[in-house]
Design a protein. Structure first.
Length: 461
Protein backbone atom coordinates (compact mmCIF):
# COMPACT_ATOMS: atom_id res chain seq x y z
CA UNK A 1 0.00 0.00 0.00
CA UNK A 2 2.93 2.31 -0.71
CA UNK A 3 0.71 4.71 -2.65
CA UNK A 4 -1.06 5.60 0.61
CA UNK A 5 2.05 6.37 2.66
CA UNK A 6 1.68 9.81 4.23
CA UNK A 7 -2.12 9.80 3.99
CA UNK A 8 -4.40 9.64 6.99
CA UNK A 9 -6.72 6.60 7.18
CA UNK A 10 -9.65 8.83 6.25
CA UNK A 11 -7.81 10.14 3.17
CA UNK A 12 -6.84 6.60 2.19
CA UNK A 13 -10.42 5.35 2.45
CA UNK A 14 -11.74 8.22 0.36
CA UNK A 15 -9.09 7.72 -2.30
CA UNK A 16 -9.76 3.97 -2.50
CA UNK A 17 -13.53 4.41 -2.60
CA UNK A 18 -13.23 7.06 -5.33
CA UNK A 19 -11.10 4.72 -7.45
CA UNK A 20 -13.64 1.92 -6.95
CA UNK A 21 -16.65 4.19 -7.51
CA UNK A 22 -18.28 3.27 -4.21
CA UNK A 23 -18.83 4.62 -0.69
CA UNK A 24 -15.93 4.47 1.82
CA UNK A 25 -18.24 2.31 3.93
CA UNK A 26 -18.70 -0.31 1.18
CA UNK A 27 -17.42 -3.84 1.68
CA UNK A 28 -15.59 -3.35 -1.63
CA UNK A 29 -13.16 -1.02 0.15
CA UNK A 30 -12.39 -3.68 2.77
CA UNK A 31 -11.82 -6.27 0.04
CA UNK A 32 -9.51 -3.93 -1.85
CA UNK A 33 -7.45 -3.16 1.25
CA UNK A 34 -7.19 -6.86 2.09
CA UNK A 35 -6.07 -7.69 -1.45
CA UNK A 36 -3.30 -5.07 -1.26
CA UNK A 37 -2.26 -5.89 2.32
CA UNK A 38 1.33 -7.15 2.29
CA UNK A 39 0.83 -8.81 5.69
CA UNK A 40 -2.32 -10.73 4.75
CA UNK A 41 -0.41 -14.03 4.45
CA UNK A 42 0.46 -13.91 8.15
CA UNK A 43 -3.15 -14.70 9.07
CA UNK A 44 -2.53 -18.15 7.62
CA UNK A 45 0.04 -18.75 10.38
CA UNK A 46 -2.70 -18.71 13.05
CA UNK A 47 -5.75 -20.79 13.93
CA UNK A 48 -8.93 -18.70 13.87
CA UNK A 49 -11.84 -20.26 15.81
CA UNK A 50 -14.98 -21.16 13.86
CA UNK A 51 -18.19 -19.54 15.00
CA UNK A 52 -19.77 -22.96 15.68
CA UNK A 53 -17.05 -23.72 18.24
CA UNK A 54 -17.67 -20.60 20.33
CA UNK A 55 -19.91 -21.24 23.37
CA UNK A 56 -21.95 -18.00 23.13
CA UNK A 57 -22.82 -18.41 19.43
CA UNK A 58 -26.42 -18.79 18.30
CA UNK A 59 -26.33 -20.77 15.05
CA UNK A 60 -29.88 -19.70 14.22
CA UNK A 61 -28.49 -16.19 13.71
CA UNK A 62 -25.19 -16.84 11.94
CA UNK A 63 -23.34 -19.32 9.71
CA UNK A 64 -21.35 -21.48 12.11
CA UNK A 65 -18.89 -22.64 9.43
CA UNK A 66 -17.35 -19.17 9.11
CA UNK A 67 -14.34 -17.92 11.03
CA UNK A 68 -15.37 -15.89 14.03
CA UNK A 69 -14.60 -12.16 14.10
CA UNK A 70 -11.75 -12.32 16.62
CA UNK A 71 -11.11 -8.85 18.02
CA UNK A 72 -9.72 -9.67 21.45
CA UNK A 73 -5.97 -10.04 20.89
CA UNK A 74 -5.57 -7.44 23.66
CA UNK A 75 -6.64 -10.22 26.04
CA UNK A 76 -5.51 -13.48 24.41
CA UNK A 77 -3.84 -13.80 21.02
CA UNK A 78 -4.65 -16.56 18.55
CA UNK A 79 -2.76 -19.84 18.54
CA UNK A 80 0.14 -19.98 16.07
CA UNK A 81 -0.18 -23.09 13.89
CA UNK A 82 3.40 -24.15 14.63
CA UNK A 83 2.78 -24.22 18.40
CA UNK A 84 1.37 -27.74 18.32
CA UNK A 85 4.29 -29.04 16.22
CA UNK A 86 6.88 -27.59 18.59
CA UNK A 87 5.05 -28.90 21.65
CA UNK A 88 4.75 -32.33 20.09
CA UNK A 89 8.48 -32.36 19.35
CA UNK A 90 9.35 -31.70 22.98
CA UNK A 91 6.82 -34.19 24.33
CA UNK A 92 8.24 -36.79 21.95
CA UNK A 93 11.78 -35.96 23.05
CA UNK A 94 10.77 -36.25 26.71
CA UNK A 95 9.16 -39.61 25.97
CA UNK A 96 12.15 -40.98 24.07
CA UNK A 97 15.20 -39.61 25.85
CA UNK A 98 13.99 -38.33 29.23
CA UNK A 99 16.59 -36.27 31.09
CA UNK A 100 18.90 -36.11 28.07
CA UNK A 101 16.49 -33.58 26.57
CA UNK A 102 18.13 -30.93 28.73
CA UNK A 103 21.10 -30.84 26.35
CA UNK A 104 19.90 -32.55 23.14
CA UNK A 105 17.43 -31.95 20.34
CA UNK A 106 16.23 -28.91 18.41
CA UNK A 107 15.78 -26.81 21.55
CA UNK A 108 17.79 -28.17 24.51
CA UNK A 109 15.76 -27.41 27.60
CA UNK A 110 18.70 -26.01 29.59
CA UNK A 111 19.01 -22.95 27.37
CA UNK A 112 15.89 -23.00 25.18
CA UNK A 113 14.75 -19.50 26.17
CA UNK A 114 18.12 -18.03 25.22
CA UNK A 115 17.61 -19.08 21.60
CA UNK A 116 14.56 -16.82 21.14
CA UNK A 117 15.46 -13.83 23.32
CA UNK A 118 16.90 -12.08 20.27
CA UNK A 119 13.49 -12.34 18.56
CA UNK A 120 11.84 -10.85 21.62
CA UNK A 121 14.45 -8.11 21.87
CA UNK A 122 13.66 -7.02 18.30
CA UNK A 123 10.00 -6.56 19.20
CA UNK A 124 10.65 -4.36 22.24
CA UNK A 125 13.57 -2.40 20.81
CA UNK A 126 16.28 -3.78 23.07
CA UNK A 127 19.63 -5.53 22.91
CA UNK A 128 19.39 -9.28 23.34
CA UNK A 129 21.37 -9.16 26.58
CA UNK A 130 18.85 -6.65 28.00
CA UNK A 131 15.95 -9.12 27.74
CA UNK A 132 15.07 -12.22 29.73
CA UNK A 133 12.15 -14.63 29.32
CA UNK A 134 10.98 -15.80 32.72
CA UNK A 135 8.08 -16.13 35.18
CA UNK A 136 4.82 -14.21 34.81
CA UNK A 137 4.41 -10.47 34.42
CA UNK A 138 3.58 -9.64 38.05
CA UNK A 139 6.40 -11.84 39.36
CA UNK A 140 8.80 -9.95 37.11
CA UNK A 141 7.40 -6.61 38.23
CA UNK A 142 7.99 -7.57 41.85
CA UNK A 143 11.56 -8.73 41.14
CA UNK A 144 12.35 -5.52 39.30
CA UNK A 145 10.81 -3.24 41.90
CA UNK A 146 12.75 -5.01 44.66
CA UNK A 147 15.89 -3.71 43.00
CA UNK A 148 14.81 -0.40 41.47
CA UNK A 149 12.53 0.87 44.25
CA UNK A 150 14.93 2.20 46.90
CA UNK A 151 12.78 4.49 49.03
CA UNK A 152 14.22 7.03 51.44
CA UNK A 153 12.53 9.34 53.91
CA UNK A 154 12.41 12.08 51.27
CA UNK A 155 12.15 10.06 48.02
CA UNK A 156 9.66 7.23 48.50
CA UNK A 157 6.78 7.74 46.05
CA UNK A 158 5.86 5.62 43.05
CA UNK A 159 3.97 7.48 40.32
CA UNK A 160 1.42 5.45 38.34
CA UNK A 161 -1.68 6.14 36.30
CA UNK A 162 -5.15 5.84 37.75
CA UNK A 163 -6.82 2.65 36.49
CA UNK A 164 -3.49 0.96 35.91
CA UNK A 165 -4.05 -2.75 35.54
CA UNK A 166 -5.17 -4.05 38.97
CA UNK A 167 -2.15 -6.33 39.28
CA UNK A 168 0.16 -3.31 38.98
CA UNK A 169 -1.74 -1.56 41.76
CA UNK A 170 -1.43 -4.62 43.99
CA UNK A 171 2.27 -5.06 43.26
CA UNK A 172 3.12 -1.42 43.88
CA UNK A 173 1.06 -1.23 47.05
CA UNK A 174 2.69 -4.35 48.46
CA UNK A 175 6.20 -3.16 47.54
CA UNK A 176 5.57 0.09 49.39
CA UNK A 177 4.30 -1.75 52.48
CA UNK A 178 7.25 -4.13 52.29
CA UNK A 179 9.61 -1.18 52.77
CA UNK A 180 7.68 0.14 55.75
CA UNK A 181 5.91 2.99 53.98
CA UNK A 182 2.21 3.84 53.73
CA UNK A 183 0.62 3.43 50.27
CA UNK A 184 -1.68 6.36 51.10
CA UNK A 185 1.39 8.57 51.23
CA UNK A 186 3.70 6.81 48.77
CA UNK A 187 1.38 5.83 45.89
CA UNK A 188 1.08 8.90 43.69
CA UNK A 189 -1.86 8.07 41.41
CA UNK A 190 -2.49 10.40 38.49
CA UNK A 191 -6.00 10.79 37.07
CA UNK A 192 -7.22 12.49 33.88
CA UNK A 193 -8.62 15.98 34.04
CA UNK A 194 -12.30 16.20 35.07
CA UNK A 195 -14.51 15.20 32.16
CA UNK A 196 -11.66 13.55 30.26
CA UNK A 197 -10.95 9.85 29.82
CA UNK A 198 -7.20 9.85 29.18
CA UNK A 199 -4.12 11.56 30.58
CA UNK A 200 -2.49 14.44 28.80
CA UNK A 201 1.25 14.06 28.32
CA UNK A 202 1.87 17.60 29.52
CA UNK A 203 0.04 16.82 32.77
CA UNK A 204 2.17 13.73 33.37
CA UNK A 205 5.36 15.70 32.76
CA UNK A 206 4.13 18.50 35.01
CA UNK A 207 3.55 16.09 37.91
CA UNK A 208 7.01 14.60 37.44
CA UNK A 209 8.55 18.09 37.42
CA UNK A 210 6.58 19.20 40.46
CA UNK A 211 6.81 16.02 42.57
CA UNK A 212 9.96 14.47 41.11
CA UNK A 213 12.21 15.08 44.11
CA UNK A 214 9.92 12.82 46.17
CA UNK A 215 9.40 10.17 43.45
CA UNK A 216 11.62 7.09 43.57
CA UNK A 217 10.05 5.29 40.60
CA UNK A 218 7.83 6.40 37.72
CA UNK A 219 5.87 3.28 36.78
CA UNK A 220 3.40 3.60 33.90
CA UNK A 221 1.83 1.27 31.39
CA UNK A 222 3.12 1.42 27.84
CA UNK A 223 -0.47 1.18 26.58
CA UNK A 224 -3.26 1.69 29.09
CA UNK A 225 -5.32 -1.50 29.21
CA UNK A 226 -8.76 0.14 29.70
CA UNK A 227 -8.62 3.19 27.43
CA UNK A 228 -6.02 1.92 24.95
CA UNK A 229 -3.95 5.10 25.35
CA UNK A 230 -0.34 4.82 24.21
CA UNK A 231 1.81 6.87 26.56
CA UNK A 232 4.73 8.94 25.35
CA UNK A 233 7.28 6.65 26.92
CA UNK A 234 10.29 8.58 25.63
CA UNK A 235 9.10 11.89 27.10
CA UNK A 236 8.09 10.29 30.41
CA UNK A 237 11.47 8.56 30.70
CA UNK A 238 13.38 11.75 29.95
CA UNK A 239 11.33 13.75 32.47
CA UNK A 240 11.78 11.12 35.16
CA UNK A 241 15.53 10.94 34.68
CA UNK A 242 15.82 14.71 34.80
CA UNK A 243 14.42 14.55 38.34
CA UNK A 244 16.56 11.60 39.40
CA UNK A 245 13.80 8.96 39.24
CA UNK A 246 14.01 5.44 37.90
CA UNK A 247 11.47 4.89 35.11
CA UNK A 248 9.82 1.56 34.33
CA UNK A 249 6.91 0.40 32.20
CA UNK A 250 4.41 -2.44 32.18
CA UNK A 251 4.40 -3.22 28.46
CA UNK A 252 1.76 -5.97 28.57
CA UNK A 253 -0.45 -4.09 26.09
CA UNK A 254 2.43 -2.53 24.16
CA UNK A 255 4.75 -5.43 23.29
CA UNK A 256 3.84 -6.71 19.84
CA UNK A 257 1.28 -3.90 19.45
CA UNK A 258 3.32 -0.72 18.95
CA UNK A 259 6.90 0.15 18.11
CA UNK A 260 9.03 0.17 21.25
CA UNK A 261 12.60 1.45 21.65
CA UNK A 262 13.28 0.57 25.26
CA UNK A 263 17.05 0.78 24.82
CA UNK A 264 17.15 4.02 22.82
CA UNK A 265 14.69 5.74 25.15
CA UNK A 266 16.87 4.84 28.12
CA UNK A 267 14.03 3.11 29.99
CA UNK A 268 15.45 1.65 33.20
CA UNK A 269 13.29 -1.47 33.37
CA UNK A 270 10.19 -2.99 31.85
CA UNK A 271 8.13 -6.17 31.98
CA UNK A 272 5.39 -7.70 29.87
CA UNK A 273 3.30 -10.81 29.43
CA UNK A 274 3.36 -12.72 26.14
CA UNK A 275 -0.17 -14.09 25.76
CA UNK A 276 -1.83 -10.95 24.36
CA UNK A 277 -0.29 -9.52 21.20
CA UNK A 278 2.58 -12.03 21.42
CA UNK A 279 0.26 -15.06 21.13
CA UNK A 280 2.02 -17.48 23.50
CA UNK A 281 -1.13 -18.97 25.03
CA UNK A 282 -2.86 -18.39 28.36
CA UNK A 283 -0.34 -17.99 31.18
CA UNK A 284 2.56 -17.90 28.71
CA UNK A 285 6.07 -17.08 29.87
CA UNK A 286 6.68 -13.36 30.45
CA UNK A 287 9.51 -10.99 29.56
CA UNK A 288 11.66 -8.51 31.43
CA UNK A 289 14.07 -5.75 30.40
CA UNK A 290 16.85 -4.03 32.28
CA UNK A 291 18.86 -1.40 30.42
CA UNK A 292 22.51 -2.27 29.90
CA UNK A 293 23.58 0.87 31.79
CA UNK A 294 22.51 -0.92 34.98
CA UNK A 295 24.18 -4.28 34.30
CA UNK A 296 26.96 -3.72 36.85
CA UNK A 297 25.12 -1.49 39.33
CA UNK A 298 21.60 -2.89 39.80
CA UNK A 299 21.58 -6.39 41.28
CA UNK A 300 18.64 -8.71 41.91
CA UNK A 301 17.42 -8.74 45.50
CA UNK A 302 16.38 -12.39 45.24
CA UNK A 303 18.70 -15.01 43.78
CA UNK A 304 18.09 -18.34 42.10
CA UNK A 305 20.33 -20.82 40.34
CA UNK A 306 19.13 -19.88 36.84
CA UNK A 307 20.54 -16.37 37.27
CA UNK A 308 24.04 -17.78 37.55
CA UNK A 309 26.57 -18.95 35.00
CA UNK A 310 25.43 -22.11 33.22
CA UNK A 311 28.74 -23.89 33.82
CA UNK A 312 28.83 -23.36 37.58
CA UNK A 313 25.15 -23.33 38.62
CA UNK A 314 25.48 -26.58 40.53
CA UNK A 315 28.58 -25.41 42.38
CA UNK A 316 26.97 -22.44 44.17
CA UNK A 317 29.95 -20.25 43.29
CA UNK A 318 27.78 -17.15 43.10
CA UNK A 319 28.89 -16.33 39.55
CA UNK A 320 25.84 -14.12 39.02
CA UNK A 321 25.08 -13.19 35.43
CA UNK A 322 25.10 -9.45 34.78
CA UNK A 323 22.04 -7.42 33.90
CA UNK A 324 18.56 -8.84 33.54
CA UNK A 325 19.81 -12.44 33.20
CA UNK A 326 20.79 -12.40 36.87
CA UNK A 327 17.13 -11.82 37.81
CA UNK A 328 16.16 -15.30 36.60
CA UNK A 329 15.33 -17.72 39.39
CA UNK A 330 14.31 -21.10 38.00
CA UNK A 331 14.74 -23.07 34.80
CA UNK A 332 12.19 -22.03 32.22
CA UNK A 333 9.31 -24.39 31.30
CA UNK A 334 9.99 -25.73 27.83
CA UNK A 335 6.28 -26.25 27.18
CA UNK A 336 5.80 -22.48 27.50
CA UNK A 337 8.81 -21.68 25.34
CA UNK A 338 7.40 -23.64 22.39
CA UNK A 339 4.26 -21.60 21.60
CA UNK A 340 6.13 -18.34 22.17
CA UNK A 341 8.79 -19.45 19.71
CA UNK A 342 6.06 -20.22 17.17
CA UNK A 343 4.66 -16.72 17.52
CA UNK A 344 7.96 -14.84 17.55
CA UNK A 345 8.94 -16.57 14.33
CA UNK A 346 5.85 -15.07 12.68
CA UNK A 347 6.87 -11.61 13.89
CA UNK A 348 10.30 -12.29 12.41
CA UNK A 349 8.69 -12.68 8.96
CA UNK A 350 7.98 -8.95 8.98
CA UNK A 351 8.93 -5.96 11.18
CA UNK A 352 7.27 -3.92 13.89
CA UNK A 353 7.43 -0.96 11.50
CA UNK A 354 5.35 -2.83 8.91
CA UNK A 355 2.97 -4.14 11.57
CA UNK A 356 2.48 -0.62 12.94
CA UNK A 357 1.91 0.78 9.46
CA UNK A 358 -0.94 -1.67 8.86
CA UNK A 359 -2.25 -1.15 12.39
CA UNK A 360 -2.67 2.60 11.88
CA UNK A 361 -4.83 2.03 8.80
CA UNK A 362 -6.74 -0.95 10.22
CA UNK A 363 -7.71 0.79 13.46
CA UNK A 364 -8.29 4.04 11.56
CA UNK A 365 -10.73 2.13 9.35
CA UNK A 366 -12.57 0.88 12.43
CA UNK A 367 -12.67 4.42 13.82
CA UNK A 368 -14.04 5.80 10.54
CA UNK A 369 -16.87 3.27 10.37
CA UNK A 370 -17.79 3.72 14.05
CA UNK A 371 -17.99 7.48 13.61
CA UNK A 372 -19.92 7.16 10.36
CA UNK A 373 -22.63 4.84 11.65
CA UNK A 374 -22.77 5.34 15.39
CA UNK A 375 -21.86 8.92 16.26
CA UNK A 376 -24.37 10.80 18.39
CA UNK A 377 -27.07 12.39 16.21
CA UNK A 378 -28.83 15.45 17.70
CA UNK A 379 -31.73 14.85 15.31
CA UNK A 380 -32.21 11.32 16.66
CA UNK A 381 -31.71 11.66 20.42
CA UNK A 382 -33.05 8.17 21.15
CA UNK A 383 -30.80 6.40 18.64
CA UNK A 384 -28.04 4.39 20.41
CA UNK A 385 -24.65 5.94 19.86
CA UNK A 386 -21.03 5.07 20.50
CA UNK A 387 -18.24 7.23 21.86
CA UNK A 388 -14.58 6.30 21.39
CA UNK A 389 -12.68 6.97 24.62
CA UNK A 390 -9.32 5.93 23.16
CA UNK A 391 -7.34 8.94 21.88
CA UNK A 392 -8.30 9.85 18.32
CA UNK A 393 -4.69 10.81 17.61
CA UNK A 394 -3.23 7.61 16.07
CA UNK A 395 0.15 8.37 17.66
CA UNK A 396 -1.45 8.07 21.10
CA UNK A 397 -2.95 4.61 20.70
CA UNK A 398 -2.18 1.09 19.60
CA UNK A 399 -4.66 -1.08 17.72
CA UNK A 400 -7.33 -1.12 20.45
CA UNK A 401 -10.37 1.15 20.48
CA UNK A 402 -12.42 1.32 23.67
CA UNK A 403 -16.05 1.99 22.82
CA UNK A 404 -18.46 3.55 25.29
CA UNK A 405 -22.18 3.00 24.61
CA UNK A 406 -25.18 5.18 25.39
CA UNK A 407 -27.29 2.10 26.17
CA UNK A 408 -26.70 -0.75 28.65
CA UNK A 409 -23.67 -2.64 27.44
CA UNK A 410 -24.25 -6.19 28.64
CA UNK A 411 -27.14 -6.85 26.27
CA UNK A 412 -25.13 -5.52 23.31
CA UNK A 413 -22.18 -7.68 24.33
CA UNK A 414 -24.39 -10.76 24.48
CA UNK A 415 -25.94 -10.01 21.09
CA UNK A 416 -22.65 -9.57 19.26
CA UNK A 417 -21.26 -12.71 20.87
CA UNK A 418 -24.27 -14.66 19.62
CA UNK A 419 -23.33 -13.50 16.11
CA UNK A 420 -19.77 -14.73 16.19
CA UNK A 421 -17.83 -11.71 17.46
CA UNK A 422 -15.19 -12.27 20.13
CA UNK A 423 -14.26 -9.12 22.03
CA UNK A 424 -14.37 -8.15 25.70
CA UNK A 425 -16.45 -6.01 27.97
CA UNK A 426 -15.29 -3.80 30.80
CA UNK A 427 -17.85 -2.44 33.22
CA UNK A 428 -19.54 -0.07 33.39
CA UNK A 429 -19.92 0.70 29.68
CA UNK A 430 -16.91 -0.20 27.53
CA UNK A 431 -16.25 -2.75 24.83
CA UNK A 432 -12.59 -3.15 23.90
CA UNK A 433 -12.33 -3.82 20.16
CA UNK A 434 -8.90 -4.77 18.91
CA UNK A 435 -8.12 -5.45 15.25
CA UNK A 436 -4.65 -7.04 15.45
CA UNK A 437 -2.66 -6.36 12.27
CA UNK A 438 -0.82 -9.68 12.47
CA UNK A 439 -3.98 -11.69 11.76
CA UNK A 440 -7.05 -9.45 11.50
CA UNK A 441 -8.30 -8.22 8.14
CA UNK A 442 -10.15 -5.15 6.94
CA UNK A 443 -13.06 -7.46 6.15
CA UNK A 444 -13.09 -8.53 9.82
CA UNK A 445 -13.60 -4.88 10.75
CA UNK A 446 -16.36 -4.42 8.17
CA UNK A 447 -18.13 -7.60 9.36
CA UNK A 448 -17.89 -6.36 12.95
CA UNK A 449 -19.55 -3.05 12.09
CA UNK A 450 -22.39 -4.85 10.33
CA UNK A 451 -22.79 -7.23 13.26
CA UNK A 452 -22.77 -4.36 15.75
CA UNK A 453 -25.69 -2.81 13.89
CA UNK A 454 -27.65 -6.06 14.18
CA UNK A 455 -26.76 -6.35 17.88
CA UNK A 456 -27.86 -2.78 18.64
CA UNK A 457 -31.17 -3.39 16.88
CA UNK A 458 -31.74 -6.66 18.77
CA UNK A 459 -30.73 -5.10 22.10
CA UNK A 460 -33.21 -2.26 21.68
CA UNK A 461 -36.22 -4.60 21.45
Amino acid sequence: MEEFVGLTPRETLKRVSASLGCSPTSAEVASYLDKHDKLRHLREKFLVPRIADLPPSDLSLVDGTKDCIYLVGNSLGLQPKMARKYLDEELEKWAKMGVHGHEKGLRPWAWAENTIENLMANIVGAKTEEVALMNGLTVNLHLLLLSFYKPTATRHKILLEDKAFPSDHYAIESQIRLRGFDPQQSMLVQSPRPGEETLRTEDILEVIEKEGDSIAVVMFSGVQYYTGQLFNMAAITEAGHRKGCYVGFDCAHAAGNVELRLHDWGVDFACWCSYKYLNSGAGGIAGAFVHEKHKDTIKPALLGWWGHDLNTRFQAKSELLSGVSGFRLSNQPILLICPLQASLEVFHMTSMQAIRRKSLLLTGYLEYLIQHYYSEDPNQPHKPHVRIITPLDPEQRGCQLSLCFSVPIRKIFEEIQKRGVTCDMREPSVLRITPVPLYNSFSDVHRFIETLGLALAAASH
